[in-house]
Design a protein around this ligand. Structure first.
Ligand SMILES: NC(=O)c1ccc[n+]([C@@H]2O[C@H](COP(=O)([O-])OP(=O)(O)OC[C@H]3O[C@@H](n4cnc5c(N)ncnc54)[C@H](OP(=O)(O)O)[C@@H]3O)[C@@H](O)[C@H]2O)c1
Length: 318
């Protein structure tokens, strides 16, 4: 192992039990060691995602059997400071970003150990905070729209919550493919979503999105009643991809459409492609707020409010 780190302990935001914000504690714990195929990353910024508070609450404990205590946070931008002997494609000092394995300890910490295969060089045009905001949300939009829905030029797609972390990237990726994009957003965010390329913004507080018909793809980032109602917007043979809840097969059958659940996976080559798109200025990331790690609960509370435009991040070092 090559190691440039002299610290033996670090600060991390962890939970010992599932529950509310009171369960998140800033603690001093050992700096993680790395396996031969892993790198140790000094975390400069970590991205906030709704999955963080969902895991804290225990909502995903059947799906993700975490061992407690657990460090939250599964988006990271930072620098490689140590690497295992089998890592040949990353170097000490590399500026990286990653959506690391969600089954392991996360990035609300001064250091994180990550499989090298889950790490990519960060976009050089983005700040640490912007880079930390990208991986989980952008990979989700990429995997849902490009891999599962196989979105193509000329397709008509409805993207729910276009102003959110996933939605604002999904709009841009859909436009890059040449799709026509409809999106739901509050009136105050219509200028924002149209600036990202949305062809039509629907104010879901006042308008019923189900007036949309014959769509090729619905990207469901809301679930529940919105997911159910979205089936009626699809043309025969269209597809609904949800990232919130597995769609009911019977509903898909009734509407003669397909439906899939997408759970985002780490992916270096997609992060490389995304970095190139950011660096060429073809897509952009919106960071609404960057807070210090000490305010982690404030950040999680804001995420849980469901009103954030773009992304939230926490700053840990720099
Ligand atoms: N399965 C996976 O792998 C995966 C990955 C990423 C995310 N997710 C899930 O996907 C969901 C979205 O994630 P996110 O990070 O994009 O969340 P987010 O950034 O917190 O979403 C906030 C946005 O939601 C919008 N919104 C709230 N209620 C709405 C409604 N009824 N209709 C349309 N928009 C509404 C708000 O827009 P306005 O202010 O304009 O109202 C706000 O901009 C979460 O449930 C998250 O857990 C799943």
């Amino acid at each position: 192992m090559t190691n440039t780190v002299t610290d033996t302990t670090m600060t991390a935001a962890r939970i010992h039990q599932f529950g509310g914000p009171e369960q998140v504690k800033l603690e001093q714990i050992a700096v993680p060691s790395v396996a031969s195929d892993e790198v140790l990353v000094k975390v400069f910024c970590a991205g906030i995602n709704p999955v963080d508070w969902k895991i804290r609450e225990g909502h995903l404990k059947e799906m993700l059997p975490h061992t407690l205590p657990l460090t939250l946070g599964w988006d990271v931008a930072g620098e490689v400071v140590a690497k295992g002997d089998a890592v040949n494609d990353l170097n000490i000092g590399d500026a990286i970003y990653s959506r690391p394995d969600i089954g392991r300890n996360g990035s609300y910490a001064e250091y994180i150990a990550v499989k090298a295969s889950e790490v990519a060089i960060k976009p050089s045009s983005l700040s640490w905070s912007e880079s930390a905001a990208v991986p989980l949300a952008a990979l989700t939009a990429w995997q849902a729209l490009y891999e599962i829905a196989a979105l193509k030029a000329g397709d008509k797609v409805l993207i729910h919550a276009g102003a959110g972390g996933v939605g604002h990237l999904a709009i841009q990726l859909a436009k890059l493919k040449g799709a026509t994009v409809y999106t739901t957003a509050s009136k105050k965010n219509h200028e924002f979503v149209t600036s990202l390329g949305a062809d039509e913004a629907i104010n879901y507080h006042e308008e019923d999105f189900t007036r949309l018909k014959d769509l090729d793809v619905v990207f469901d980032t809301m679930g529940y009643e919105i997911q159910e109602k979205s089936f009626g917007c699809l043309k025969e043979g269209g597809i609904l991809v949800s990232v919130v809840a597995p769609p009911e097969a019977a509903l898909a059958e009734k509407h003669n459409v397909r439906s899939e659940f997408c759970f985002v996976q780490p992916n270096r080559s997609q992060l490389n492609e995304l970095a190139a798109l950011f660096d060429k200025g073809e897509i952009r990331i919106e960071v609404a707020q960057t807070l210090p790690l000490a305010d982690i609960n404030k950040a999680l509370e804001q995420s849980e409010s469901g009103t954030t435009r773009g992304k939230l991040t926490v700053r840990i070092a720099e």
